[in-house]
Design a protein around this ligand. Structure first.
Ligand SMILES: Cc1cc2nc3c(=O)[nH]c(=O)nc-3n(C[C@H](O)[C@H](O)[C@H](O)COP(=O)(O)OP(=O)(O)OC[C@H]3O[C@@H](n4cnc5c(N)ncnc54)[C@H](O)[C@@H]3O)c2cc1C
Length: 598
């Protein structure tokens, strides 16, 4: 059976020592009173919930899965899931960072970020139910009418109801411009919605009385393609003006997908048979409104892989210290034992350090991004809000794709540490690999994220936002460039920070001649950019660690951080050279292959 210990020390290091969040909060009126003690207390309790309530249900939820009653269209979630959700709601966790105007606790999003990292380590399938609700809450908060806010936000905030995002249809996933679900205006200002959705996470369940579906559909006069999509809120049970539940809306779960992982989450096929909904935002501008939820979900998916990387690492580390196989190449280490623990073997250590480095880099990036979101939402200075918003938009595809790809590498490596036992169910390692696999696919596949980064967010604005991140790197290089102790951490990012704009221009120019050049380079490009971002955060973490050690701090945490950063720069970061080379190999070797792909 796997185990899980919430990584509170690393979270506190990032929040208090690297990003100094309470200093940042002082500038934000609604968070000005949030101090380190409050943050630590919340993290402690959140960790307890994750480890003691959600984690024990992870394997049983995977084994049992969800069940659909075809007659009633009701779904039963695995045993224990519903009471755990009730406890989550009772504890006020759903409301943690929601707006006090709707009953929320109004705490910063960075705390929600840490809460969800731990929930994802504990039980990704379970965490998706409240996680998606939070995305629906954010979308309605940003684009809902006053009436919609009044009816839905208090219930989503408390967790009394949950939310979903209904985009995908059988014939369209990536290309939502093809979607066919129809919305017919009714004289009373509501809409009658008809169509079929598939793959809807948490699309039906027994946690709550009502489910608030956010549905993309087309109005009768809609232009073709993605410019003709509107967004609707379609509750499972209609909601009366006084907030009480009305009659059942004909939006039914007609099937559950049998899938590779996240078995405890109901992935629903949904038939919408003339259900009544109301419009969210402007007609034909639904995709833009839905992007609030999709962007939140993209950051959330990165967080899922961070959670899985962390829990897989913790278990692989414990196993590697315990499992005895062979003797160390450099001489016996455990003389009192018949063989050495496998942690003495260089490649086992490399696998462990890979997962540890990818978890710690991801945690830094995720916390940085949510801190940007806190500033984008609530900072008094408009320029700070705008800059934060732009930077988080640039980093979102990196969070989604780089962290989930690294999660794949890491959970696989951690399973490998267990040898054959990793492949056997009882150790729980193969579940981490399976659960992580979807993270590379949903919320826009990682290929689509790379096109979003390179095509839209970098080339689309002539590298302006990329330059903003480049400035952060340049500032750090300037600050620490003369510090010899920092050279091993600063030199690689100084070099890559200098190369990336040239590399970008090169691909951009090729793309002007032939757009397939951008498509052929994008995935490699995102990984290069991801390493620059992780490298920047590892350098910042090393900077703090070195300062503490120089000041005489004996906590081994800082030495460990330096060793991890050193490993990262020596063994993982250098793949950027290969990636730039393969990106430069261009599109012809991919596209001029009709014989090979005949
Ligand atoms: C378990 C699960 C849960 C999900 N949850 C939800 C949910 O809650 N709500 C929801 O609406 N959807 C959900 N989805 C759907 C998910 O978001 C889609 O599966 C995903 O966006 C990909 O769409 P698709 O499956 O139709 O693949 P396709 O769009 O058919 O893509 C197939 C392949 O082609 C590639 N491709 C497509 N276009 C391009 C291009 N222009 N350039 C390069 N490559 C391209 C893709 O990257 C992919 O590799 C879920 C899916 C699963 C499996």
């Amino acid at each position: 059976m796997p185990a899980y210990t919430p990584p509170l020390r690393d979270m506190q290091f990032l929040l208090h020592e690297v990003f100094k969040v309470t200093d940042e909060f002082k500038a934000i009126a609604r968070h000005a009173e949030v101090d380190a003690d409050t943050i630590n207390a919340v993290l402690q309790e959140a960790g307890k919930f994750a480890a003691e309530v959600a984690f024990p249900l992870n394997i049983s939820g995977d084994t049992e899965g969800c069940r659909l009653d075809q007659q009633t269209h009701e779904v039963t979630t695995p045993q224990g899931f519903k009471p755990a959700y009730a406890q989550f709601v009772e504890g006020g966790w759903a409301a943690l960072s929601c707006d006090p105007a709707y009953g929320g606790q109004g705490l910063p999003l960075v705390l929600n970020q840490c809460l969800y990292e731990m929930l994802n380590s504990a039980n990704q399938a379970w965490a998706m139910y409240p996680g998606l609700s939070h995305g629906a809450y954010e979308c309605l908060h940003a684009h809902g009418t006053d009436e919609q806010k009044k009816l839905y936000l208090p219930r989503l905030t408390s967790g009394e109801w949950t939310g979903t995002m209904c985009l995908t249809e059988p014939h369209c996933g990536t290309d939502l411009g093809l979607l066919r679900t129809r919305a017919e205006p009714l004289p009373d200002g509501t809409y009658k919605i008809t169509g079929n959705k598939i793959f809807i996470s948490a699309g039906e369940h027994d946690f709550t009385e009502n489910i608030v579906h956010l549905v993309l559909a087309r109005l009768p006069d809609a232009p073709a393609g993605s410019k003709g999509i509107s967004l609707f809120v379609v509750p499972k049970f209609k909601v009366n003006a006084d907030g009480s539940l009305g009659e059942r809306n004909p939006i039914y779960c007609t099937g559950l997908e049998h899938k590779m992982g996240i078995h405890g989450n109901a992935t629903a096929q949904i038939a919408i048979d003339g259900a009544i909904g109301t419009l969210v935002g402007q007609p034909h501008k639904g995709l833009a409104a839905m992007f609030v939820m999709m962007n939140a979900a993209r950051l959330g998916v990165g967080n899922q892989s961070l959670g899985l990387t962390e829990v897989a690492y913790q278990n692989a580390l414990a196993y590697a210290k315990d499992r005895l196989q062979m003797r160390s190449l450099s001489g016996t280490k455990a003389k009192d034992k018949p063989a050495d623990p496998i942690i003495v073997h260089p490649d086992v250590r490399k696998m462990l350090l890979t997962a540890k480095a990818y978890a710690e880099g991801a945690r830094a990036l995720q916390i940085f991004c949510t801190l940007l979101l806190d500033k984008a939402h609530s900072h008094p200075d408009e320029n700070v809000r705008k800059d934060s918003d732009e930077l988080v938009a640039l980093l979102t595809p990196i969070v989604k794709a780089f962290i989930t790809d690294n999660g794949h590498i890491s959970t696989n490596a951690c399973m490998q540490v267990f040898g054959g036992h990793g492949f056997i169910k009882e150790w729980g390692m193969e579940q981490f690999v399976r659960d992580n696999r979807i993270n590379m696919i949903y919320e826009g596949t990682n290929t689509i994220q790379s096109l979003d980064l390179l095509g839209r967010k970098v080339l689309g604005n002539q590298g302006a936002t990329l330059k903003k991140f480049g400035k952060l790197v340049a500032q750090l290089v300037e600050e620490e460039g003369v510090n010899e102790k920092m050279a091993e951490f600063i030199n690689p990012i100084a070099y890559l920070g200098d190369q990336l704009p040239k590399f970008t221009t090169e691909i951009g120019l090729r793309g002007l001649q032939n757009p397939d050049e951008v498509g052929a380079a994008a995935v490699d490009y995102l990984r290069v950019a991801g390493h620059l971002v992780f490298g920047y955060f590892f350098a910042r973490m090393a900077q703090v660690a070195l300062r503490e050690i120089a000041a005489g701090n004996q906590d081994p945490f800082y030495g460990a951080k330096l060793q991890t950063a050193r490993f990262y720069f020596a063994k993982l970061f250098p793949e950027t050279a290969t990636l730039m080379r393969t990106a430069r190999a261009g599109s012809q070797v991919v596209m001029d292959t009709d014989l090979a792909l005949a």
